[in-house]
Design a protein around this ligand. Structure first.
Ligand SMILES: Cc1cc2nc3c(=O)[nH]c(=O)nc-3n(C[C@H](O)[C@H](O)[C@H](O)COP(=O)(O)OP(=O)(O)OC[C@H]3O[C@@H](n4cnc5c(N)ncnc54)[C@H](O)[C@@H]3O)c2cc1C
Length: 522
């Protein structure tokens, strides 16, 4: 087994939609090393079900996609970034189709689904509800045709190397479990989300926000961390993963019913089940609180829809629920909300540049401001695609900084065995984040969470294994989310505080920026 090269022109950390799309852009100019910390198929991209948004249908317009994106973002989107997203969408999707992505069609015409807070049917999907998997398959296949790209699995990046104020490489634990360094002209963080910060999450195990934590430690600016989107509908069964039940189910007409089987969304929002995600998540939380049932849940109900159409449109969801003896065409599905998407991350400009020279970010790890305080459904695969390509294009310029010779000796570290103390501290972080930094927040709860996180700090310091690095990262991110949430004394988008339940535009129509110990709004 060969270890990762110690030098490459471009280093891309992450092999999801953002990383692979950037790699394709870079491949014409130099060598591209793409790292994944597990198999390439372990990523949020692989799990994305519902689809990817683009104003491509005859009855749609780019301006309407923009309007819906801005509205979901609750006045906090960066309008320029949102404009780039919706305007670049059609050609990036065309490109994906040329590279072999098979979106669902009726005859030869693409079919467009509808999701919450979209004013038009504009969601392209693939194999019903396996859109991310299909996009990843096609992008990976495309990258394989480009000889400059080398994709390496099980290479775990632990920290950035900064010299003279410039990012010039990374420390990593390679596939053989050895510590090494790799240098590059430019480094792209495309490490995905941080759902693993929470006890209940739709995100896979790899989503520990490593890239954001690395960038923070290296001194890059991190932005909008208080905005975590909770998906309203994740399967809620004992001993089952919190499998996502896509928004597209409600788009197709599914109802939410409380434990007494009453539809409740119409009393919370005029759009009913298609209200923005934060509204639906809080409505569910309220129904759970008033239900007076121990370990409560609500139901997602598709039983009134055409069973054959449901099976055809949602084959993966149908099959997964059947594994747990739930036939979604005949049974109601027990659900609860779960942490789903991080709007915040490493702050970038419109072309993927971070505040540290030599460092770029794209996809869920980045904060372009495109989602504002709340992401519009199906805009995140698109963000990875559009801003992955843009970051790649910008990184090409960096070839004027040739990678340093970094052939340092490789030093063995342990990759395991499973360390109970690390698992325990991760669990404690996840529990306190769920309880005090979750869907509904208070100043008192946030302060308690911050204190508790400070108490846990010695238990995550000096990580030696991969898992200990993840614990270290999750702990750092937990503090960033809690501190940003405490600083934002208002409610907006996905951030809801009972002690400050309304917008405060005068003070907070701004993005939170964290760097070192300081949090400012700008
Ligand atoms: C269940 C689910 C359903 C979703 N459905 C949709 C949907 O329908 N539409 C939509 O638009 N969005 C959806 N999303 C969100 C969307 O999937 C993600 O936001 C998007 O795929 C993120 O892509 P990415 O390239 O930024 O990161 P990811 O796809 O998560 O890729 C991250 C990569 O980084 C690597 N990595 C991480 N840390 C390290 C490290 N330390 N060292 C080396 N490599 C590392 C990982 O191995 C992985 O390869 C969904 C998300 C989930 C979880």
């Amino acid at each position: 087994m060969e270890s990762a090269p110690s030098r490459t022109d471009f280093l891309v950390i992450g092999a999801g939609v953002a990383g692979l799309r950037a790699a394709v852009e870079l491949a014409g100019a130099g060598t591209v090393l793409v790292l994944a910390k597990r198999e390439v198929t372990e990523s949020n991209t692989q799990w994305a079900q519902g689809g990817i948004a683009a104003a491509l249908s005859d009855e749609d317009e780019i301006s309407l996609h923009l309007q819906d994106t801005l509205q979901a973002g609750d006045s906090l989107c960066n309008p320029e970034a949102a404009k780039v997203l919706v305007e670049d969408a059609p050609r990036r999707i065309d490109e994906l189709i040329q590279w072999g992505t098979e979106f669902d069609r009726r005859g030869t015409k693409l079919t467009f689904g509808r999701e919450g807070a979209h004013s038009r049917n504009r969601i392209l999907h693939a194999h019903g509800d396996s859109t991310g998997r299909e996009i990843l398959r096609a992008l990976y296949a495309k990258s394989k045709t480009l000889k400059n790209i080398s994709v390496r699995e099980f290479e775990f990046s632990t920290d950035l190397i900064v010299e003279d104020g410039r990012v010039c490489g990374i420390h990593l634990i390679n596939e053989r479990g050895e510590k090494q360094q790799t240098s590059a002209s430019a480094v792209l963080l495309a490490t995905g989300g941080m759902g693993q910060l929470y006890r209940n999450t739709t995100n896979p195990a790899v989503a520990t926000g490593d890239g954001v934590a690395m960038a923070y430690r290296a001194g890059a600016e991190i932005s909008d961390m208080e905005f975590i989107q909770f998906h309203p509908t994740a399967l809620y069964l004992k001993n089952a993963p919190r499998f996502l039940l896509s928004e597209a189910l409600r788009g197709e007409g599914a109802y939410l019913r409380n434990i007494e089987l009453n539809r409740f969304m119409p009393k919370y929002h005029p759009m009913g089940e298609l209200a923005p995600r934060d509204v639906v998540a809080r409505a569910i939380l309220h129904e759970l609180e008033v239900s007076q049932v121990k370990d409560p849940f609500v139901y997602l109900d598709l039983t009134h829809l055409d069973p054959e159409q449901v099976k055809k449109r949602f084959p993966r969801i149908y099959a997964t629920c059947m594994e747990f003896n739930i036939d979604i065409t005949a049974d109601m599905i027990p659900i609860r909300p779960a942490a789903h998407y991080a709007m915040g991350g490493v702050r970038t400009d419109l072309v993927g540049r971070c505040t540290l020279p030599g460092l770029y970010a794209a996809g869920e790890a980045a904060a372009t401001g495109v989602h504002g305080a709340n992401r519009l459904a199906s805009n995140s695969l698109l963000e990875g695609l559009v801003f992955g390509a843009r970051a790649g294009k910008t990184m090409l310029d960096e070839l004027r900084h040739p990678p340093a010779r970094a052939a340092k000796s490789h030093r063995a570290v342990s990759n395991g065995p499973v360390d109970t103390a690390t698992e325990e501290v991760i669990r404690e972080v996840q529990d306190l984040m769920w309880r005090d930094v979750g869907i509904v927040r208070t100043g008192t709860g946030l302060k308690a969470a911050i204190e508790q996180l400070h108490r846990l700090a010695p238990r995550v310091a000096h990580p030696q294994t991969r898992r200990a690095h993840e614990a270290h990262n999750l702990h750092a991110l937990g503090l960033l989310v809690a501190r940003s949430a405490l600083a934002r004394e208002e409610s907006r988008g996905a951030h809801y505080r009972t002690d400050f339940p309304v917008h405060d535009d005068a003070k907070f129509l701004k993005h939170s920026m964290a760097k070192g110990d300081a949090i400012r709004f700008a």
